[in-house]
Every structure is written in structure tokens, then in C-alpha cells.
Ligand binder design. Structure first.
Ligand SMILES: CC(C)(COP(=O)(O)OP(=O)(O)OC[C@H]1O[C@@H](n2cnc3c(N)ncnc32)[C@H](O)[C@@H]1OP(=O)(O)O)[C@@H](O)C(=O)NCCC(=O)NCCS
Length: 158
């Protein structure tokens, strides 16, 4: 299992994961936009095959997990949890106070993963996601992060 930063070479594989995950998948433009903006984006590979990705906008006040996905064949084996833990550490190291995210109310798998790693419900965005017919609500979830990781390192006098 190897991690790397997401780049344009991963796009085809990410789009394939996205298409098998969402009724209205992100497009290539959405992913390129994230890369252009320099969002913190990781690829997870097994024997040189991409099996997962995650994208997060990091800021000191509030980081935002924008997307995460694991190929269908590799789900339920702990990869999503490992990848999300990397994102949490990255936000913590950069001094983020919290991570927020949205998740479809019907997406029990992702909801359970977020709960397991300490995210809490903080609200509901009505009709946030498109569906083939109509729209679906999203839970908004938040996880508070450890405060002193960054300050110990960056603000020490040595
Ligand atoms: C959500 C997703 C990233 C989880 O990744 P994964 O590798 O399948 O999950 P893991 O094997 O790491 O499981 C971690 C936890 O998730 C939850 N989970 C995983 N599979 C589940 C399932 N089939 N049903 C319910 N909960 C499940 C459990 O809490 C699990 O912990 P446990 O094994 O101790 O019970 C993955 O299923 C996926 O890519 N789904 C499609 C894309 C998506 O929905 N992304 C999130 C958008 S908000």
C-alpha cells in the first residue's frame, strides 16, 4: 500500500471510482479544479493500481473534506479508514481547528466511517445533493482537532 499526492495521471482512475460511487459524479473539471487550487489530495495505491483518493481544502480555521472514495472491489477492508486518518493528521499538523464535511443522509457506510473517526453531526443541509429524481439532504459533520501539534513545532524558539 502506497500513498502519493494526487496528480493528473490519476484522473482516469479517480473518475472511475467517482462514477461507481455517486448518482451525480464529480466531473473531470471538478477534479482538475481541486488540483489547480492545490487542495491537499492523496492517492492510495496497491501494486501501482489506484484504489482510493481523498481531497481536502485545508485552512487554519476549518478544513473541508471535499471527497473521498475507494474502488468498489477494495471497500470494507480498512482502506477508507486509513486514508481518512491521513487527512485528519494532515489537517492537525497544519494547525486546523476542525474538519467539516457533508454526507448524503442515505450514505450509511461513509456516515459510519466518519462517526468511527470522531466526526459529529452539526447540522443538515436540505436538498444539498442531486438525485436522478429530486434532491437529497446532507448531514454536516465536524471533528475538532488537537490544538497544539502545529504550535509546538512552528512557534518553538529553536
Ligand atoms: C465510504 C468509503 C470511503 C469507506 O471506505 P471503506 O474502505 O469501504 O471503509 P473501511 O473498510 O475503512 O471501514 C471503516 C468503517 O466504515 C464503516 N463501514 C465500512 N463499510 C461499511 C458498510 N458496508 N456498512 C456500514 N458501515 C460500513 C464502518 O464503520 C467501518 O468500521 P468497522 O470496520 O470497524 O465496522 C467507501 O465505502 C467508498 O468509497 N464509498 C463510495 C464513495 C463515498 O461514499 N464517499 C463518501 C462521500 S461523503
Amino acid at each position: 500500500m502506497d500513498y502519493s499526492y494526487l496528480d493528473l495521471n490519476h484522473l482516469d482512475s479517480i473518475l472511475a471510482i467517482e462514477k461507481e460511487s455517486n448518482p451525480y459524479p464529480w466531473t473531470v473539471v471538478n477534479f482538475k479544479d481541486c488540483l489547480d487550487k492545490g487542495y491537499y489530495s492523496l492517492a492510495l495505491e496497491e501494486e501501482k493500481n489506484l484504489i482510493g483518493f481523498a481531497i481536502m481544502a485545508i485552512s487554519t480555521e476549518e478544513s473541508h473534506l471535499l471527497n473521498i472514495g475507494i474502488t468498489k472491489d477494495a471497500r470494507g477492508k480498512g482502506y477508507g479508514e486509513k486514508l481518512l486518518k491521513k487527512m485528519i493528521v494532515a489537517a492537525e499538523v497544519m494547525g486546523s481547528k476542525k474538519i467539516i464535511l457533508e454526507v448524503r443522509v442515505s450514505n450509511t457506510t461513509a456516515y459510519n466511517l466518519y462517526k468511527k473517526l470522531g466526526f459529529e453531526d452539526i447540522g443538515l443541509r436540505k436538498k444539498y445533493y442531486r438525485l436522478p429524481e429530486g434532491r437529497e439532504d446532507a448531514y454536516v459533520m465536524s471533528k475538532s482537532l488537537k490544538k497544539d501539534i502545529m504550535s509546538k513545532f512552528f512557534f518553538s524558539k529553536s
